[in-house]
Design a protein around this ligand. Structure first.
Ligand SMILES: C[S@@+](CC[C@H](N)C(=O)[O-])C[C@H]1O[C@@H](n2cnc3c(N)ncnc32)[C@H](O)[C@@H]1O
Length: 244
């Protein structure tokens, strides 16, 4: 597992947000509130977002669309963020039914009205009206990195407890394994320890990056027993975890 730090996102420098940044604690509600204030000032719609970002997400849209083709059209998305993926799925298929959960307030203001957005965290955001057997696909895209180990286990346990026998965990980024990156990290730490380089202080602790074997261990620990994995052209990975 590798810790991630970030200084900007979507071209918005965190140092301009007027919040205290932390190299130890992950971004909190106040950070995201301020961040999205700036985000929605800077961008007016999905088509304003950087092309590279949209291209990357479009690979996930295509992947989910292919899965839905085989499995059915009712989808549960956990942690939809701005809702780009869910929005595009609705745009390309008329009969898509999507329930999307997102804890941050007012983050999905551009999303297609056909998507039902439930504000809150999984699973508590789902009322008793929703049961796992109503969904043909349950997925979470790009949310693994927000969890430390105990909260990742709890999150995955809640997916199993909800009754999802199949779960797509997608948009996973894994730590770089090329030796040159180890050497770069080693030199950075060495220079900082002898005072020749100032440790970066203006960043924000962003989360955790795990390799695919580590993810599979977490998934096995909560009861998933078989796995299919793949990699997108943009470098991110996906895992379909199944029970039984
Ligand atoms: C980086 S965003 C990914 C957004 C989106 N899925 C995408 O692919 O662009 C991660 C999102 O997960 C949400 N999240 C974190 N923990 C969650 C939980 N327990 N239940 C639901 N959403 C959660 C966060 O609020 C955040 O918007």
């Amino acid at each position: 597992m590798k810790k991630l730090y970030q200084k900007e996102w979507f071209g918005i420098k965190f140092s301009t947000l007027g919040v205290d940044l932390s190299m130890e604690k992950v971004a909190d509600v106040e950070f995201y509130r301020k961040f999205y204030q700036e985000f929605y000032k800077k961008f007016q719609g999905y088509s304003d977002l950087p092309k590279e970002w949209r291209n990357l997400k479009d690979e996930i849209v295509t992947h989910i669309d292919e899965l839905v083709d085989k499995k059915g059209k009712k989808i549960l998305s956990i942690g939809c963020g701005t809702g780009y993926v869910e929005n595009q799925l609705c745009e390309i298929r008329d009969n898509m039914e999507i329930i999307a959960i997102e804890p941050s307030v007012d983050m999905t203001r551009w999303i297609n009205k056909k998507v039902t957005v439930l504000q809150g965290v999984f699973p508590s955001a789902l009322s008793e009206n929703y049961t796992s057997d109503q969904f043909d696909l349950v997925f979470a895209s790009g949310i693994d990195y927000v969890f430390d180990d105990p909260s990742y286990t709890n999150f995955l346990k809640s997916v199993v407890f909800f009754g999802a026998h199949e779960f797509l965990l997608t948009e996973i980024f894994v730590p770089e394994t090329r030796w040159i990156n180890y050497v770069k990290d080693f030199i950075k730490i060495l220079l900082e320890s002898v005072g020749l380089r100032v440790a970066e202080q203006s960043g924000q602790f962003w989360g955790y990056m795990r390799n695919i074997d580590e993810h599979i261990e977490f998934l096995k620990d909560v009861g998933f027993s078989s796995f299919t994995t793949g990699r997108y052209d943009h470098g991110g990975y996906w895992i379909i975890a199944r029970i039984g």
